[in-house]
Design a protein around this ligand. Structure first.
Ligand SMILES: [Mg+2]
Ligand SMILES: [Zn+2]
Length: 197
């Protein structure tokens, strides 16, 4: 049977906005994020982190440095009894001065590439999955992969909600925090179990 996943944006969703963090010490995880991940784990949903922005090719951060940040982020969740199952990020930036990362790609949100790769590698049913994030790109990404898009009002969430509504787009749910978003997801899961489509 295919798995379901909760795709989680990083900055402004799991942790305070820090798009140009070059060290793990610069990342402040929201305390609610640990509980949100734990609840998703218990419900049998994969927690897949998919950051919006890649700082590679724009500053001193290397791909090894970014992988180290993500390894330590996952270790921090493990220390709190929670599991982040995977991290998928787009390393590209069309204006990058580094030719390794200079590309127009299909994996920069809201393009679906990251989710398609995660789905193929981890066996995820995207239509039964969720996307939680604070930017318009996160919501559009969720819609593009046919997952249920949930907007959090942390990070850039409030500005994003205004922008989305100006375009006539309404997320499946709007949550104050990632924990409220996870509670909504679990409630959806319970309803689906009782009343399968
Ligand atoms: Mg974000
Ligand atoms: Zn990319």
């Amino acid at each position: 049977m295919k798995k379901r996943a909760v795709f989680l944006d990083r900055d402004g969703t799991l942790n305070a906005d820090s798009p140009y963090a070059s060290r793990y010490e610069q990342i402040a995880v929201y305390p609610e994020s640990y509980e949100a991940a734990k609840k998703s784990n218990r419900a049998g949903l994969l927690a897949v982190v998919s950051p919006t922005q890649s700082p590679l090719g724009r500053g001193p951060l290397t791909e090894d440095g970014l992988n180290d940040i993500h390894d330590r982020l996952r270790a921090s969740f493990a220390d709190h009894g929670a599991r982040l199952d995977a991290v998928y990020f787009c390393p590209h930036y069309s204006q990058s001065t580094d030719p390794r990362y200079r590309a127009e790609c299909d994996c920069r949100k809201p393009n679906p590439g990251l989710a398609l790769r995660a789905a193929a590698e981890l066996g995820i049913e995207l239509r039964q999955s969720y996307m939680i994030g604070d930017k318009t790109e996160d919501i559009l990404f969720g819609m593009n992969i046919r997952a249920e898009p949930v907007l959090v009002l942390t990070g850039s969430g409030r500005e994003s909600l205004t922008k989305l509504r100006e375009q006539g787009i309404e997320p499946a749910f709007v949550a104050e925090t990632i924990l409220e978003a996870a509670d909504w997801v679990l409630d959806r899961e319970r309803r689906k179990a009782h009343d399968p489509l």
